[in-house]
Design a protein around this ligand. Sequence first.
Ligand code: SF4
Ligand code: SF4
Length: 130
Amino acid sequence: MADSRVPVFYDCGKCPGFCCTYPETRVTRRDVRRIARYLDIDVETAGRRFAKNGPDPGDRVLRHRSDNAFLTACRFLDSDTRSCRIYEARPAACREYPGMPRCGYYDFLSAERKRQADPDLVLAAWVTDV
Ligand code: SF4
Ligand code: SF4
């Protein structure tokens, strides 16, 4: 979920959080320190509880848990409200995404909602099948 202080053509508030279902969202030591401070817990505990080894040596990624809309999602995504529970302290990777004025997930979602005349459509299968 990106910071929308610059003009963008997507609305995270109308999205179920597709980007939060990505299985390899990188989390750095600095991210872990910020999250730990935000949640008022120690850094070691935060690192263990919220991150796991990523695909590359030395990489850490956010842990997932089961989700109402998708098979799994980042453990910080609120399953009901579809918002980030640590938004102010979220990792840099989340702040930077999508890094451009358009979000491909949102474009696809908007097109499908329009095509199917369903403004609340959630394309769970699209994400869980990849
Ligand atoms: S997938 Fe795109 S629109 Fe949806 S929450 Fe992420 S950045 Fe926002
Ligand atoms: S930390 Fe927040 S913004 Fe980042 S993936 Fe998890 S729920 Fe989404």
